[in-house]
Design a protein around this ligand. Structure first.
Ligand SMILES: Nc1ncnc2c1ncn2[C@@H]1O[C@H](COP(=O)(O)OP(=O)(O)OP(=O)(O)O)[C@@H](O)[C@H]1O
Ligand SMILES: [Mg+2]
Length: 230
């Protein structure tokens, strides 16, 4: 595991000199980094250091004030809103701290959503969702809604939803943040192992240093800038 801001191989995802402020608050002050295809990279740093801001810029959810984000050579920050939405839908998967599952849908229906958005039939999407929930150990909860299952089961479903449509990159912002240690470890290993098996690139924000064993590289942020990894 290295602590450099740049990957050693060809880059899938690249940020050049990103700057972002919220009014007077500077969130990112010139961040550059590269992520190779298939690499699993963790973003760490103190609260307020800009981890979520950086993840949102890399994922095309937020356009930086200046600087550029490239995915496979395409400048994400220059795409129209519609094109960025399509990019997120077709090529990215997301896992957030509190699952953000749709409360009125079952876990299986939640997991099938990215497939439906990509045009899969409902029957096929549900079949694929069930298969992945089974693989992630939550088959017995597939027909329940998020409010009827544990936090760990919700986060496994959130991992399934992020992976189900075969994205190129998964962006995860503290995917284990709301879980106890045992459940957090399970969710982090499911996310990293299943992504590695499928060759999916992962950018994961985590506060917890015990979760860094499975990642290839750690990028540390301090006060909106990259710092040498601890
Ligand atoms: N929507 C917002 N409006 C105003 N300021 C914001 C907003 N989002 C983030 N900030 C500020 O930008 C800076 C970076 O925030 P960011 O959320 O990226 O940090 P973080 O490293 O993800 O922190 P945490 O570990 O607490 O999630 C902080 O000073 C934060 O207060
Ligand atoms: Mg954050």
């Amino acid at each position: 595991m290295s602590g450099s801001a740049d990957a050693s191989g060809p880059l899938l995802l690249e940020a050049r000199d990103l700057a972002l402020s919220y009014g007077p608050t500077v969130a990112l002050r010139g961040v550059s980094l590269g992520v190779a295809r298939g690499e699993i990279v963790a973003l760490v740093g103190p609260s307020g250091s800009g981890k979520s801001s950086l993840l949102h810029c890399l994922a095309g959810l937020v356009v930086p004030d200046s600087g550029n984000v490239f995915l496979d050579g395409t400048e994400v920050s220059r795409l129209s809103d519609d094109d960025r939405t399509r990019l997120r839908r077709d090529r990215f998967g997301f896992v957030l701290q509190f699952g953000h599952l749709v409360p009125d849908l079952t876990l299986a229906e939640n997991v099938s959503l990215p497939l439906l958005l990509r045009g899969r039939s409902r029957v096929r999407a549900l079949r694929e969702a069930h298969a992945l929930l089974d693989e992630l150990g939550v088959a017995e909860s597939a027909a329940r809604c998020p409010g009827e299952v544990s936090g760990g089961q919700q986060q496994r479903a959130a991992v399934a939803r992020a992976l189900v449509a075969g994205p190129e990159v998964v962006f995860a912002d503290e995917p284990t943040g709301a879980l106890d240690t045992a459940n957090g470890d399970v969710v982090m290993s499911l996310l990293t192992e299943r992504s590695r098996e499928r060759g999916i690139t992962v950018v994961v924000v985590t506060h917890d240093h015990s979760r860094l064993a499975a990642v290839d590289r750690v990028i540390r942020l301090v006060d909106g800038a990259t710092a040498a990894a601890a």
